[in-house]
Write a protein that binds this ligand. Structure first.
Ligand SMILES: C[S@@+](CC[C@H](N)C(=O)[O-])C[C@H]1O[C@@H](n2cnc3c(N)ncnc32)[C@H](O)[C@@H]1O
Length: 268
């Protein structure tokens, strides 16, 4: 993990506005491990805010192209485990808070299938990548196919610590979804570029228990926690609440805490 991220001086006006917003200094990229800069590529000249480093290519969020668009088209639709884990209400799709938004991949899949998703991300740097992608998508809204436009409209973003936010504001929400960063495993195959950059920037999330407790106090319908296959569930130490259901896929497991079942059994 590094706290050395800062902003490159490639676009001085943009850099000084962002440095005021994020409280990060502007510096020479030769002196640091990770930095924010604006990049474009041959296919698309539009500038995107990206997390950059010496060891790998720039990482940015793009809701309209690349991996996210591919996952939206070919990810398995409503049958994919992530979506099944959200459950179904009688008359409407559940509303969702993605309490660990990261690069917005899971949020976007859910939004593209019609769920209204509030993304909460505590790292101001990661949140700024999401905000930049949302702003770019909004700017292109009039040119987008209806389906894509609707997906973007279903997404909103809050830069905050979710545990604090849930307890302070007690939002009315059906499902709270969590995908905390797991501690890096030495033997594991290298994580994807995006996840490597995130791991380096924010490190493992060691306070997931606190977030789960706040989520269980807030969600009306269920809390869903993504875990690696074989990992223990996140533990609520004071009452040891266990998941009421699980959905597994080859590398991942979704632990589901159904509020009605937990309340009926006296655990909540
Ligand atoms: C593994 S990543 C999530 C990846 C995301 N599901 C995706 O599809 O891109 C975990 C993210 O959750 C954020 N996070 C962890 N705990 C949080 C909390 N209590 N409040 C807000 N964000 C949190 C971390 O900063 C990190 O960016």
């Amino acid at each position: 993990m590094t706290n050395l991220a800062c902003i490159a001086n490639t676009y001085p006006d943009k850099a000084s506005a962002l440095s005021r917003q994020l409280g990060l200094s502007i510096c020479k990229t030769s002196e640091i491990e990770q930095w924010l800069d604006w990049v474009s590529d041959k296919k698309d000249s539009e500038l995107k805010l990206a997390l950059c480093s010496k060891t790998q290519g720039p990482v940015f969020v793009d809701f309209l192209a690349g991996k996210k668009a591919h996952r939206r088209q070919f990810g398995g639709g409503k049958g994919q485990p992530l979506v099944r884990a959200m459950g179904q209400l009688e008359n409407a799709l559940p509303t969702i808070i993605d309490a660990t938004a990261g690069m917005g991949g899971d949020s976007y899949v859910l939004a593209s299938l019609g769920f209204k998703v509030t993304m909460i991300e505590r790292s101001p740097i990661v949140a700024s990548l999401l905000e930049d992608a949302l702003n770019r998508a909004q700017a292109h809204k009039s040119e987008l196919p209806q389906e894509l436009k609707e997906s973007i409209e279903k997404l909103s973003l809050i830069n905050a610590d979710s545990a604090r936010y849930l307890l302070d504001f007690q939002p009315e929400i059906d499902v709270i979804y969590m995908d905390p960063m797991y501690p890096e495993k030495k033997k594991k195959a290298a994580a994807k570029k995006e996840m490597q950059a995130l791991q380096h920037l924010v490190g493992p999330d060691l306070d997931s228990e606190k977030l789960l407790e706040a989520a269980l106090k807030t969600a009306r319908y269920r809390v869903v926690v993504k875990r690696p296959k074989g990992a223990d569930p996140v533990v609520c130490r004071h009452n040891n609440i266990q998941p009421t259901a699980q959905i597994s896929s080859p590398n991942t497991r979704y632990d589901i805490y159904v509020i009605k079942a937990l309340t009926a059994s006296g655990q909540l």
